[in-house]
Design a protein around this ligand. Structure first.
Ligand code: SF4
Length: 436
């Protein structure tokens, strides 16, 4: 194996994140360690001394993407140190270490000490290895937040999950549900409030379960976060239906800092399928949550996750799902096609839905989602909303999102980026994007 040397000073490092907001929040916090230690960050497509991939194992596709990135990095610089962190490492560490170029594989506990390990590698006092932590589930909670030049920060407030949904590998990679105390979380929130970012997205695996280790609650945390000076907009990422209480919905209705945007994993509109998946609610409860949101916040955005083609899902179950969604006021869906995951309860199922049929169902559900979204956009025509303008410019326009997560564009104006501006949602372009 060719001798690896970091002779170029400063050493260059490239990060690539796969998966969820949580991963982005963690990569950004980890990468900030390096910036302060004389490493120069480069794009992942450029030659680098060190490549770091924060991996995901939610789907086979995400794992395949990680292996492709490893090959890409090794091609860019065969002498580079390639480090793989995160969920895929946690569940398949040894497999990853066997891939050409990989010199460090770290799970969801040790990844926060990446800098120490890279320094040892650099000094040659460490050999390629899989860190111990891939052998046991993570138990520690490390708060992280992203700051990568954007207008909003992914703020990790919770990690792990105690639910055992039959199709899900996340608890196998991220361990039990855990979080910092409210006092600790507020300390981190004040750190973020000290930057120029205007919005935080509360992120985790099961954020509604926040506070369990400390006998505290998500509702109390939200109330306290609304008092943090400098946090102008707080957006919630996905909250399990059984944890999204009326009190939380009413707090969002009453408090302008909390964005009227709910992301609720439904997964199926058939109670038989919800039972098979091991979900903790029925369609009746889900519908009641949607009604409660509409009662207190009529213009709220309600996005729902949905899996099609789950083992045992008959045509009847699928039509039940379609009809259920047709009958509730969600704004749009995130449609996922079921993919088998090893070591899950569903992995043993035999009554699989054919791949072609899964794709057909996914198309049909996506069409319904597009109809719902069009209606949601139309229902907001004429309303006044506050938009947080983002930095990216495209075709002479800059973009932003309203509180209820509607995309808006306006001719590019320097100085408007990262500003919150009140607009009237009137004119839409050919793609249904409002033009301010
Ligand atoms: S709630 Fe279910 S689907 Fe979500 S992370 Fe936990 S086990 Fe996975």
């Amino acid at each position: 194996m060719a001798e690896r040397k970091f002779m170029k000073k400063p050493p260059t490092i490239a990060f690539h994140t796969l998966g969820c907001k949580l991963n982005f929040s963690e990569t950004d916090s980890i990468s900030r360690q390096f910036a302060g230690e004389g490493f120069r960050e480069v794009n992942f497509s450029d030659p680098a001394d060190i490549y770091v991939i924060n991996s995901c194992s939610v789907t086979g596709k995400a794992e395949k993407r990680c292996r492709a990135l490893i090959r890409q990095a090794h091609t860019h610089n065969p002498l580079a140190q390639i480090v793989v962190l995160g969920c895929y490492s946690q569940i398949a560490g040894k497999e990853l270490l066997s891939l050409p170029g990989v010199s460090l594989v770290m799970g969801n506990t040790e990844k926060y000490n990446l800098f120490e390990h890279v320094r040892k590698l650099e000094s040659g006092s460490d050999k390629p290895f899989v860190s111990e932590d891939t052998m046991q589930l993570p138990e520690n909670f490390v708060p992280t937040w992203s700051q990568d030049g954007r207008t909003r920060s992914f703020f990790k407030i919770q990690d792990g999950c105690d639910y055992q949904c039959a199709y899900c590998t996340i608890p196998l990679a991220r361990g039990k549900s855990r979080s910092d105390s409210i006092a600790g979380t507020l300390r981190t929130a004040r750190e973020i409030a000290g930057t120029d970012m205007k919005e935080v997205v509360l992120t985790g695996v099961n954020i509604g379960d926040f506070g369990k280790p400390h006998g505290e609650s998500f509702l109390t945390l939200l109330k306290e976060l609304t008092k943090v000076e400098g946090l102008e907009r707080i957006r919630l990422s996905s909250v399990e239906p059984d944890l999204l209480t009326e009190e939380i919905i009413r707090l969002v209705a009453d408090h302008p800092v909390l964005m009227p945007h709910f992301h609720i994993p439904l997964q199926s509109g058939s109670d038989a399928m919800l039972g098979a998946m091991g979900r903790r609610y029925t369609t009746a409860l889900f519908a009641e949550r949607v009604d409660t949101i509409r009662r207190f916040i009529p213009h709220a955005c309600i996005a729902a996750d949905l899996i099609v083609g789950y083992p045992g899902e008959t045509g009847t179950h699928f039509n039940e799902s379609l009809n259920f969604i047709q009958g509730i006021e969600v704004s749009y869906l995130h449609v996922f096609t079921y993919s088998e995951r090893a070591n899950t309860r569903a992995a043993g199922a035999t009554d699989h839905v054919g791949v072609a049929e899964r794709k057909r169902r996914s198309r049909e559900m996506q069409e319904l989602s597009d109809q719902k979204k069009k209606l949601f956009i139309e229902q907001n025509r004429g309303r006044r909303e506050y938009v947080l303008w983002e930095k990216e410019e495209q075709g002479g326009y800059m973009f932003g999102f309203t509180g209820n997560y509607i995309k808006v564009k306006t001719p590019d104006q320097p100085g408007l980026a990262n500003q919150v501006q009140e607009v009237t949602l009137n004119i839409t372009d050919e793609n249904g994007v409002y033009v301010a």
